[in-house]
Design a protein. Structure first.
Lengths: 295, 229
């Protein structure tokens, strides 16, 4: 293929889009719909990742020390706790500090006036490197001599991890199905364009046009449809995401959910949309062309 | 040059279209290929243009060996062989000029070359005053002239004309044959597939007659008749 034909081939590609206006419109709409769903699942999966990560940072195990141990003995247990693999940090809280926290937590309620520091235990607040191993680490902590009891809310952490895994799997399945749908629609649009021009293609083959020369306008057509769908879908995704975040932030019951700013996921989403648009456009048109090449 | 050596062509369904055809058409020759329907004429054309490959035997066309030609070489083979069909196969939405220019453009010709060559070829076939017409505004004879112009425009060394006069009245048919003769005089090899006995007889050219996939006669045959088929 020679460069002096490039302008002609590109022009032919764009002409094809307008020649089958309705089908092109349908292909762009389906691509937009598919990509918006794909983008939404990607954004949701990312946000859930961030939430689980935040939960990892805030989740902790409370380790209560045997009340028979002296202050010095209780403090020495911190070394053993820190030696455990999954422990990020173990902060010692004395009985006195624990009492102060207790009183503060209950806003100085007089009902607790009789509670003494000696009624409470020394304790460690343990944060972990990986919350998915919370249960395992909790068991290890219980094995340490001098540890009377532990308190770990690993059900919540595990619940989030499970939701995260399920959502990842569902996202992959939905993304795959929607990509195939977009591929088929774009493929059919290009097929229609090729069918309409089958006589032209036969003449091109007859006079000695190369397959590359015949293919390029149709690939340009598919690529343009795919990318137009991607750009429109990206705009819709951005607007929809911002609107959803504003709505969620205004509902008290949903304060647990904290969504990242769109700017934070902008680049990965641009990459996903551009790649998906390009993929469905080029692969969709390429597969439909093959049939018409054997003239 | 077109050379067939003991060519056999069987189709997948088991039909044998050619049963050992051998023939040679030299550069610059004008040759008729005649034979009844189903005799193998179309198969010969398809073998020459690379649409089919021989089952056995050898086919050489303008330096290409068709039995082992690579797929990507076929477009380049086709640029050496112009093809004209009975049904013209023109693009109605394009003008006369655009139809011919299209054939140059798809083989990568520059715009400057197209602007020079297309009017020259249209003048050669007598359509210089109808450049802006569309094929469906023209007579059958004019459409066939346009098809010939398109086959000629990339300067092929060979032109294959498959029943070029099949849709024309006798006067127009003679005009088309005269035009092909003129093109042959300029050095282009001509292979004309036809049923028109009167034309074959008038032009006194080499006639290759084919029947049931075999060459049954080959030579300049005055008074050729369908009985020879």
């Amino acid at each position: 293929m020679k460069l002096n034909n490039l302008g002609y081939l590109l022009k032919e590609g764009f002409r094809g889009i307008f020649l089958h206006g309705f089908m092109s419109f349908a292909a762009v709409c389906v691509t937009v719909a598919c990509l918006v769903i794909v983008g939404s699942f990607s954004a949701l999966a990312y946000n859930l990742d961030v939430m689980v990560e935040d939960l990892n940072k805030t989740s902790e195990i409370l380790v209560l020390i045997d009340s028979d141990l002296s202050d010095a003995e209780a403090r020495s247990i911190g070394t053993k706790i820190n030696l455990l693999d999954n422990v990020l940090q173990a902060t010692f809280v004395s009985r006195e500090e624990a009492l102060e926290d207790f009183v503060n937590d209950h806003n100085g309620d007089s009902a607790f006036n009789g509670v003494q520091a000696s009624d409470l235990r020394h304790r460690y607040v343990v944060t972990l490197e990986d919350n998915t191993k919370m249960q395992e680490t909790d068991q290890q902590l219980k094995q340490i001599p001098g540890v009377a009891k532990t308190d770990a809310a690993y059900e919540l952490a595990e619940g989030f991890s499970t939701i995260q895994s399920v959502l990842h799997l569902v996202s992959i399945a939905i993304i795959a199905v929607l990509l195939v749908v977009s591929l088929l629609i774009i493929s059919n649009t290009v097929k229609l364009a090729m069918y309409d021009r089958k006589d032209e293609i036969a003449i091109m083959k007859m006079v000695g046009a190369t397959n590359g020369f015949i293919r390029l306008p149709f690939v340009v057509e598919g690529f343009t449809l795919g990318m137009t769908g991607a750009v429109l879908a990206f705009g819709l995704e951005w607007a929809g995401y911002d609107a959803l975040v504003q709505k969620v932030e205004g509902i008290d019951a949903l304060q647990l959910f904290h969504f990242v700013d769109f700017q934070e996921i902008l680049l990965p989403l641009v990459a996903i949309f551009a790649a998906a648009g390009m993929f469905v456009g080029i692969v969709g048109s390429w597969t439909s062309i093959r049939k018409f090449m054997d003239v | 040059m077109i050379q067939f050596t003991d060519v056999v062509k069987s189709y997948e369904q088991g039909n044998r279209a050619l049963n050992g055809v051998s023939m040679q058409i030299e550069d610059g020759e004008f040759c008729f290929l005649v034979g009844p329907s189903g005799s193998g004429k179309s198969t010969i054309i398809k073998l020459i243009t690379g649409e089919l490959r021989p089952t056995s035997g050898a086919v050489h066309v303008n330096g290409y060996s068709l039995e082992r030609i690579r797929k990507r070489e076929i477009p380049y083979l086709r640029r050496t062989v112009g093809t004209v069909f009975q049904d013209y196969r023109l693009i109605d939405k394009m003008t006369v000029y655009q139809n011919v220019a299209f054939a140059m453009r798809v083989v990568g010709a520059k715009e400057k070359e197209i602007k020079e060559r297309v009017p020259y070829v249209l003048e050669l076939v007598g359509l210089e005053n109808k450049m802006n017409r569309h094929p469906n505004e023209m007579s059958g004879g004019e459409q066939q002239r346009l098809a010939i112009a398109r086959a000629l425009v990339n300067n092929p060394s060979t032109i294959i004309a498959d029943e070029p006069t099949g849709n024309l009245d006798p006067e127009r048919a003679f005009e088309i044959m005269a035009l092909l003769q003129e093109i042959n005089n300029l050095g282009t090899t001509l292979l004309v597939v036809t049923h028109a006995q009167n034309l074959v007889n008038v032009f006194h050219k080499r006639v290759i007659a084919i029947n049931e996939g075999l060459v049954v006669s080959d030579g300049e045959e005055e008074g050729y008749s369908h009985e020879a088929e």
